[in-house]
Design a protein around this ligand. Structure first.
Ligand SMILES: [Zn+2]
Length: 718
């Protein structure tokens, strides 16, 4: 399943700033003037659980001065480390860096939330001004020659070989990250590199703001009863709710976000409106107006290509892939191209089924992209007698959340209890304390921000507000899950789809990865792992949605409280591989275009033309559009985060599919012994070990790609 967006997870994307590696903790006191001292963003987090973010004290006007003070403090810390007269040691260099940047880390965390979930014109003005400055700041550290010399000395020292495995990996990681960021370049090249990074930071910000504008501005109005044809009561309610929230007088509106658009495309009988909504959605960032992203993308691609060359790599893709499990683009391409033909072949079958159904109904149409979800649903009904509307009443948001907690209790020994003694940034956000249910020990906090609103980017993601570590004391983690469900009427259950429930488990998998962390150093903590590995724990957790225990205990009808009938479960099970052609092709086409854009080198690229040509060469079925078209591909163009990295979901899914086999070969999904191994070797180790080795420790062998093909119902090559 590839329906999730996990981008901008500060921990995963190294987010907003892309410099998280330099932003860890500080114990060094710096003198600050009175004005700065009064800025609550700079204060140590006070309150229970080792301190919590002061969301009740945030003023947007404080961000800029807070950043400036925090950057100055961090630079002073770094200078002190770099200019230490004592010979470089692991302790006075690497560990000292782990202890630096605490204040900047705190400011960035809160800023990241405002930029992603609480945005407005005032926040955007701060982003526009600060993002190039933050990029320049990151370069100032990675280009600090004295600092790099010390890191290099420690990395090469014989004494380092005697350190713990985690310490050796941290030394290697520091060295590698600095080299990758240009530490070995000459002065002129460094200057150019920094100029490129600043320019890119500005372009990323503009890209995100354009996309947000196109997702929050346009909408399609549903005026009459006829416009609502085919929509269920709950869908009608939510479109009406969306209209009210927007202050529009109409029966309902379809917002330009996936959670609003997809259900409409699935159920609306109005083909003309489906086409209108579909076109609005797939043209985000591509309307030739002031929010058009094409010119920005052309610049981003050229700058990335130039930067890769400066750093000694053939292309941006080669530079990005080097620290990943895949190592080189060829390995990622091989996997994608291996799966692609089976997925396209399956789409042809799916389209033939849909066309046959349309013909039978007597509608003389050819299946178009705005028909796919609609007819797919009809085929599902006909073939499996499975109506998603029949399933939805059993999927209450609150109950699914309880199901996740219960699964976490079974697999990870975690307990969750809501707490109200900490500030939140928005009234809908709830907070839970996580404990080890056996020892009662505090594990961390989990913040949950479930609903869509203006100023919040679309999709679902996980965020780490604070990393687990033991350098500056026994620091526990704070993580959050964010999604965009349409808020229901007060007191009424929010019903979600099966896919939504799966996405919730996915993001919760990221949260559990963070919460399970048991390492010493923040840089290698929790979800700070290779991009093509980080989706493995999250995708693995998706498998527990359909376990009998979850179905029986938590999928309860919102009116009767009765569990979902077994007959319906059987139908869901039978239909589980249905539509994998569509899901795989819409994802994989995006991943292939992403990789090819970044393999193309420094030629000037027209994004629309490149996308069109690439899809034609691939033999893209005309009935499907990429899940993220280039002008709206936030994963790839709102930061370097998932650039040349969207393949990561597939790469990780090879591990996911193969590792779930360990439970099946054991006593099933709740096999305690396998779960214990999973925590020990995968969820708790962060980036303290090479991921391929971690996987072998868990599974006793390398992953086998067949499990992925079987999971999707594709034929396995002999
Ligand atoms: Zn994810």
């Amino acid at each position: 399943m590839y329906k999730k967006l996990c981008f901008r997870l500060t921990a995963l994307c190294l987010g907003v700033l892309g410099i998280a590696i330099f932003m860890t903790n500080s114990s060094i006191k710096t003198t600050v003037n009175a004005e700065v001292a009064a800025n609550p963003l700079l204060s140590k987090w006070e309150g229970p659980y080792g301190g919590v973010p002061p969301f009740d004290k945030v003023k947007i006007a404080d961000f800029k001065p807070a950043f400036e003070a925090a950057m100055a403090e961090n630079l002073a810390e770094i200078d002190k480390i770099a200019n230490n007269p004592a010979p470089a040691t692991f302790e006075n260099t690497i560990v000292a860096m782990e202890k630096a940047g605490h204040t900047l880390d705190r400011v960035s965390t809160i800023y990241g939330i405002w930029s992603g979930s609480m945005s407005n014109a005032e926040v955007q003005a701060v982003e526009t001004e600060m993002s190039p400055k933050l990029a320049a700041f990151g370069d100032k550290i990675s280009q600090n020659a004295a600092l790099f010399k010390r890191i290099e000395t420690v990395y090469n020292a014989a004494s380092t070989k005697k350190l713990t495995a985690e310490q050796q990996r941290l030394a290697w990681l520091n060295y590698t990250n600095f080299v990758r960021a240009g530490a070995k370049l000459g002065a002129e090249q460094k200057q150019r590199l920094s100029a490129i990074n600043q320019k890119l930071a500005g372009l990323f910000t503009k890209f995100s703001q354009n996309l947000l504008a196109d997702e929050t501005g346009p909408y399609v109005t549903l005026e009459t009863e006829a416009d609502l044809a085919g929509l269920s009561k709950s869908l009608r309610d939510s479109t009406a709710q969306a209209a009210t929230a927007k202050g529009v007088k109409a029966s309902g509106i379809i917002r330009n976000t996936r959670s609003s658009v997809d259900p409409f495309l699935t159920y609306s009988d109005r083909r003309d409106l489906r086409e209108k909504v579909w076109k609005m959605f797939v043209n985000r960032g591509d309307n030739g107006d002031s929010h058009d992203n094409n010119a920005g993308i052309t610049q981003i691609l050229q700058l990335r290509a130039e930067r890769a060359k400066l750093l000694g790599f053939a292309t941006h893709a080669h530079w990005r892939l080097e620290p990943q499990m895949a190592k080189v683009p060829e390995n990622a391409m091989k996997l994608m191209e291996g799966v692609w033909p089976a997925a396209v072949a399956r789409v042809k079958e799916e389209v033939a089924d849909m066309q046959a159904l349309a013909n039978k109904e007597g509608t003389k149409i050819k299946i178009e992209p705005w028909d796919y979800r609609y007819y797919m649903e009809k085929v599902r009904k006909e073939r499996y007698d499975l109506d998603q509307n029949e399933v939805k009443p059993y999927l209450q948001l609150d109950k699914i959340r309880e199901a996740m907690f219960w699964v976490a209790g079974e697999l990870f020994d975690f307990s969750f209890k809501q707490v109200t003694n900490v500030p939140v940034y928005q009234a809908d956000v709830t907070v839970y304390e996580v404990k080890n249910k056996k020892t009662g020990k505090h594990v961390g906090l989990w913040y949950f921000d479930p609903y869509a609103r203006d100023g919040k980017r679309s999709g679902a993601w996980m965020n780490a507000y604070r990393s687990q570590e033991r350098v500056a004391g026994d620091i526990t983690t704070i993580v959050s899950n964010n999604s965009n469900f349409v808020k229901g009427k007060p007191g009424e259950a929010v019903l979600i789809s099966w896919d939504d429930a799966t996405i919730m488990f996915h993001e919760f998998g990221h949260a559990l990865h963070g919460l399970s962390s048991n390492v010493t150093y923040p840089t290698v903590s929790g979800t700070n792992v290779a991009r093509d590995y980080v989706e493995f724990p999250s995708q693995l957790l998706e498998h527990w949605v359909s376990t009998p225990e979850v179905l029986q205990k938590f999928m309860l009808h919102y009116e009767t409280g009765k569990p979902i009938p077994q007959a319906l479960v059987d139908k869901i099970e039978k239909a589980s591989k249905f539509n994998q052609g569509f899901a795989t092709v819409e994802y994989l086409s995006s991943a292939l275009v992403d990789m090819k854009l970044h393999l193309a080198g420094d030629k000037k690229i027209d994004p629309d033309a490149f996308e069109k040509q690439t899809l034609a060469d691939l033999g893209m079925p005309s009935e499907i559009v990429m899940r993220h078209r280039t002008p709206q591909f936030g994963h790839v163009f709102s930061s370097d985060g998932y650039s040349a990295g969207y393949y990561s979901y597939l790469w990780s899914d090879v591990l996911t599919a193969d590792s779930f086999g360990a439970f099946i070969e054991g006593k099933g999904p709740y096999d305690k012994a396998v779960a214990t191994k999973l925590t020990k070797y995968i969820f708790s180790v962060g980036n303290t070990i090479d991921p391929a080795e971690a996987y072998r420790n868990f599974r006793g062998r390398d992953p086998n790609v067949d499990a992925l093909m079987i999971k999707r119902g594709f034929p396995v090559k002999k």
